[in-house]
Design a protein around this ligand. Structure first.
Ligand SMILES: [Fe+2]
Ligand SMILES: [Fe+2]
Length: 352
């Protein structure tokens, strides 16, 4: 396992690095939080052991930074500390640490904790499975390629914004944000149960067809509910079920399938509702061109309080730059992929 150690104390770093190397890990060390972030930018580390007490950026600050970063994989963070007591543990966990090792450490204990981290990281393959499932469901649909990728980034941006707000503090912690990122791509999984002639119809749907289309929310939530019966402890299934069912509810109660209003709609559903609509507005669909961010913003503002939860709209307004950045990043990627495809086709034509 590749491990990054962050400690300003050279002697402590050497001892730790030696112990970890003896256990067969590849170790890199950084002397400060800044240096660690720099290293993490250029190389991916899945497991970081960091010292709580460091001059400048402390271990806790660094931990928060790591959690705010938009890395593709989860980073397991172990805090090294001489501190004891519940208060310190709570502070560390709140900053997003996964585990603690008390100083001075016992090599055996260290290895056991590293193993626990490796186990957790292996669970991330579940996330990949979930995403593949969502992709499979989406492949029958006509929504644009990176819809799910963009959508989950928008969802995470909104949840990150809400997290420190007094009103959401208890509900939205770093676990919630991660779960939302993981499960939001499943919002339309129920579309697998919608007949092709309706799902793929190029023109507008008749009232009767629309009623059938609406059922994707119920089909998706029932499927996930069945999985939840087998694994009642799986928080991600619970959130995925809530999202599948409630992402077309409207704040004023005029949505479907249950006509829930206001805060009766699960928060995850209210977040996904805005992220999903923003993505539909800003990208080209068979029934409409891609709207600019400004035009989409205007439409979302009109929906404040009727379609969307006003708090979620406020969170969106606080993060417009980030939304535009995500939009542009994926647009550039799609353009690059399209041009590479053209190029490889041209090369194939030359070969044959
Ligand atoms: Fe949907
Ligand atoms: Fe969608």
């Amino acid at each position: 396992m590749r491990i990054l150690i962050v400690d300003d104390d050279d002697i402590a770093t050497d001892i730790l690095a030696n112990a970890l190397t003896q256990f067969g890990h590849h170790v890199t060390s950084a002397r400060s939080g800044r240096e660690a972030l720099e290293l993490m930018r250029s190389c991916s580390y899945r497991l970081v052991v960091l010292d709580w007490e460091m001059p400048g950026m402390t271990g806790i600050d660094l931990c928060r930074h790591i959690r705010r970063r938009y890395s593709s994989g989860y980073v397991y963070v172990i805090l090294l500390t001489a501190r004891r007591g519940t208060q310190s543990i709570v502070e560390g966990l709140n900053a997003g640490a996964d585990d603690f090792i008390s100083k001075p450490f016992e090599p055996q204990e260290l290895e056991v904790r590293i193993h626990a981290g490796e186990r957790i990281l292996s669970l991330e393959s579940h996330e990949v499975t979930i995403f593949s499932l969502a992709k499979l469901a989406e492949s029958r649909d006509q929504e644009t390629g990176a819809h799910l990728e963009r959508m989950r980034e928008y969802c995470r941006t909104l949840a990150d914004e809400l997290s420190p707000w007094e009103k959401f503090r208890d509900e939205v912690d770093s676990d919630y944000v991660q779960l939302l990122y993981m499960t939001s791509p499943l919002h339309d999984v129920g579309k697998v149960g919608i007949p092709d002639k309706i799902l793929l119809k190029p023109g507008p749907l008749t009232a009767e067809e629309f009623e059938i289309m609406k059922r994707h929310t119920v089909i998706g939530s029932k499927t996930l509910d069945a999985a939840l019966d087998l694994h009642p402890e799986a928080k991600f299934l619970c959130m995925a079920r809530d999202i599948a069912r409630s992402h077309h509810e409207r704040f004023d109660g005029s949505g479907y399938p249950d006509g829930l209003a206001g805060e009766d709609i699960p928060l995850c559903g209210r977040i996904v509702a805005l992220a999903d609509v923003y993505d539909a507005l800003t990208t080209k669909r068979v029934y409409k061109p891609a709207f600019s961010h400004e035009k989409s913003r205007e439409i979302i503002l009109k929906g404040m309080g009727n379609h969307f939860d006003p708090d979620i709209v406020r969170a969106f307004l606080q993060n417009e730059d980030r939304f535009v950045e995500i939009l542009n990043r994926f647009a550039a990627r799609e353009e690059f992929e399209a041009s590479s495809l053209l190029k490889s086709r041209a090369e194939m034509a030359l070969v044959y």
